[in-house]
Design a protein around this ligand. Structure first.
Ligand code: GUN
Length: 281
């Protein structure tokens, strides 16, 4: 089984080491500002991991928290201040925003961040540049998936990649990135009909839809590569809380060539890629 696992930690450690060397060699002083609206437990966990990694690398980090009923304007005002603050060169807004915020609010907030400080790559300028294959900040989990593929020398050229989930955080930017890297990409989302007819044709299947253990062995062909971006909290048969991916790992294991474990797969790459962006490597 071990030889089938695409583990994220060695890739993330390599990126982190590069960032560390770069920061030390060039004596870089940099800071990341994190904006959190409403204290979701999972968001707090991700932020803790991001700040811990910053500390390890000598990057200062600042956390600004708002409540779910805070006016959007207060957040925009803070972003304006951070945009003007030369000591801060990365600004992120932890997603998702609470449901008291509309899509329009989210759009306004993410687009208020200066594109040069938008280390999450969610600003329309960075998204647009990605579409056109220009140098840009690419959303960290999407870029992290590509780093994983590159590290394990998985050939993309002419390969049929099927991506489940079309969010701007992962699926959508990753589809564009892999298209630029020579893959043939099919995107699926909740509206896709007869999804198995599509996934059985995949050479590489990437799932970022957030449905626990959705993908079973009859969804895939033999010798497939699976990248499971899902992080789903479930209560197992023994009443214990566990994290599982979008893929039923044990069901598909016999058929796959490679698969990312959950946890232990893509997870650490999001933070490592964010650090790379903050350090401007
Ligand atoms: N929520 C889930 N993934 C991410 C991410 O990469 N960045 C931010 N800001 N929020 C997220």
């Amino acid at each position: 089984m071990e030889e089938k696992l695409l583990k994220g930690a060695p890739v993330a450690d390599k990126i982190t080491e590069e960032v560390k060397e770069y920061i030390q060699k060039n004596n870089i002083k940099t800071a990341l500002a994190i904006i959190l609206v409403d204290e979701r437990p999972d968001s707090l966990t991700y932020i803790r991991l991001k700040r811990k990694k910053c500390e390890e690398l000598g990057i200062r980090s600042f956390l600004f928290t708002f409540t779910r009923d805070n006016p959007v304007q207060h957040i925009l005002d803070l972003i304006d201040e951070l945009n003007d603050n030369n000591a801060v060169n990365g600004i992120i807004v932890q997603l998702p925003l609470p449901n008291t915020f509309t899509d329009e609010d989210e759009y306004k907030i993410l687009n208020r961040i200066s594109p040069e400080k938008d280390v999450d790559g969610f600003h329309e300028v960075n998204m647009g540049k990605l579409m056109l294959n220009k140098d840009a900040f690419i959303p960290c989990t999407a870029e992290g998936c590509y780093e994983l593929i590159k590290h394990y020398k998985i050939d993309l050229h002419g390969k049929h990649v099927v991506i489940i989930g079309s969010s701007k955080v992962v699926g959508l930017p990753l589809s564009i990135l892999l298209l630029h890297k020579g893959a043939t990409v099919t995107m699926c989302n909740v509206n896709t009909r007869n999804i198995k007819d599509i996934t059985v044709k995949a050479d590489i299947l990437i799932s970022a839809c957030g449905v626990a253990s959705l993908i079973k062995k009859d969804w895939i062909k033999n010798n497939i590569v699976i990248i499971d971006v899902g992080i789903n909290h479930i209560i197992d048969a023994n009443d214990k809380e566990r994290i599982v991916g979008d893929v039923d790992f044990h069901d598909v294991l016999d058929k796959v060539k490679y698969i990312t474990p959950v946890p232990g797969g893509v997870g650490p790459l999001t933070v490592a890629t964010l650090m790379k962006h903050v350090a401007r490597i």
